[in-house]
Design a protein around this ligand. Structure first.
Ligand code: AMP
Ligand code: MG
Length: 422
């Protein structure tokens, strides 16, 4: 089937894809299962933290006013009338010039308003009673963590759509969440096309290659927070492929195919979209690699037709599939984070399309430098290894020189959490 293809810019393509995305469904999971899932509810403090005034140190809970005349020369002596560890509560009130021995984290006895550390007092016994000698003024609230000092009840803490990190787990546990509402992982089916493809455990035979894309994509899907579903591979056979795709659409939320989306003799995806009655948003993007990347929708369901070339397929996923999945999970930062970097290589060839170069980024004297990770071809697999960013080179007539400042897209979320802490 002959289709006239108009290349659109990456930005336009992203906009089309992102224009209408249905949020995914939610589910409750136990806190133990919640790591790296995406919150589907805002986290609001249901209590003060701390919930009571707590001692910050092992020491003595005292009344600040009792120490107002204490000096090195004239220490004040306080009678020790009790002893509490963390978790214990001192129920008797205290009188002026009395103290309670207290351990870190224990609730301050009523009437006490400061703590003096064990190592800052002299302990003494007189007539079978214990005393401490305090030789300086201890101001009110000293070494006390006040009720609500860290978090006040009712405070909005984390917005829904945020990935659950260990810190958020701690917060949820503090607030007594044994279960938490998260976005259900969208099921993303991966179907490789191409009569040249072998399974990864098959020996190589002439003319064939192993299906690496499916496994790469499943790893990307998992990393981004969705559930990959391996759907095998298809021979380049229009009718059979159509049947499989039509059936598999019943079992997945999103379908990714690789290969067969170009204009070659055996590229049947365009015809399949047509037969399905899917709406094709675009089938050509002014980018390299991945210019044939196609996105279509059947009802609410996305069909991503990624190139068969590994680097193109990888990039197509990061630019288009990733933000859709993250948006379904309510995440407010669905795109790869971008920043500026200095080119460590030159790209002298003019190019009418934007180029996405797999690079490694390094900090040299607090400037970020982007070095190519290898072969800049859409078929390259090795350049994906060690790549932690994509350099974006807009269309150019003159090329780019080493030392120029360019935009890069970071491939990892690590260290720059997509937090939405309110
Ligand atoms: P296509 O987009 O079908 O024309 O494929 C483009 C190139 O990618 C061809 O050289 C294919 O052999 C290769 N290719 C296609 N599918 C895969 C795959 N699943 N894994 C690795 N390479 C592939
Ligand atoms: Mg093919």
């Amino acid at each position: 089937m002959l289709i006239k293809r108009n290349a659109i810019s990456i930005g336009e393509a992203v906009q089309k894809v992102m224009s209408d995305i249905e949020k995914g469904v939610t589910e409750k999971v136990t806190l133990v299962e919640a790591s790296d899932r995406y919150l589907a509810e805002d986290i609001v403090a249901n209590q003060d933290v701390p919930a009571f005034d707590r001692s910050l140190y092992d020491g003595y809970a005292i009344r600040s006013e009792d120490t107002k005349n204490a000096t090195n020369a004239y220490p004040v002596e306080l009678e020790v009338v009790g002893h509490i560890g963390a978790g214990a509560v001192f129920h008797n009130g205290i009188q002026p010039y009395q103290a309670v021995r207290i351990m870190t984290g224990a609730e301050m006895p009523e009437g006490c308003n400061a703590v003096i550390m064990l190592e800052h007092v002299k302990e003494l016994t007189k007539f079978d009673k214990d005393y401490i000698a305090v030789d300086r003024f201890i101001s009110e609230h000293e070494r006390v963590f006040k009720k609500g000092q860290e978090i006040q009840k009712g405070t909005y803490l984390v917005e829904k759509g945020t990935r659950i990190t260990p810190g958020i787990i701690a917060l949820l546990a503090t607030f007594g969440y044994s279960e938490v509402l998260v976005g259900k992982k969208p099921v993303v089916g991966v179907l490789a096309t191409g009569s040249e493809l072998l399974e990864i455990d098959e020996p190589l035979v002439p003319g064939k290659i192993r299906n690496s894309n499916s496994y790469m994509l499943m790893s990307q899907i998992e990393k981004v927070g969705a559930q990959p579903k391996y759907l095998g591979k298809l021979e380049d056979d229009l009718d059979k492929s159509f049947e499989v795709i039509r059936n598999e659409l019943e079992n997945v939320d999103i379908l990714i195919t690789t290969g067969g989306v170009s204009v070659g003799d055996y590229d049947y995806l365009p015809e399949i979209y047509d037969r399905l009655g899917a709406t094709v948003f675009f089938n050509k993007i002014a980018m390299r690699p991945g210019s044939v990347t196609t996105v279509a929708k059947l009802g609410r369901q996305f069909l991503f037709g990624l190139s068969g070339n590994p680097s193109a397929s990888f990039i197509g996923f990061e630019l288009f599939v990733r933000p859709v999945i993250r948006t379904m999970l309510n995440n407010k930062e669905p795109y790869l984070a971008s920043q500026k970097a200095i080119l460590e290589n030159s790209y002298p060839t003019p190019n009418a399309f934007a180029q996405l170069i797999r690079t490694k980024i390094e900090n040299h004297n607090s400037t970020v430098c982007a070095t190519s990770t290898g072969l800049n071809m859409s078929s390259s697999i090795t350049s994906l290894v060690g790549a932690d960013a994509l350099v974006v080179l807009p269309p150019t007539e003159s090329g780019y020189e080493k030392g120029e400042i360019v935009d890069i897209l970071l491939l990892s979320d690590e260290g720059q959490e997509d937090f939405s802490v309110v």
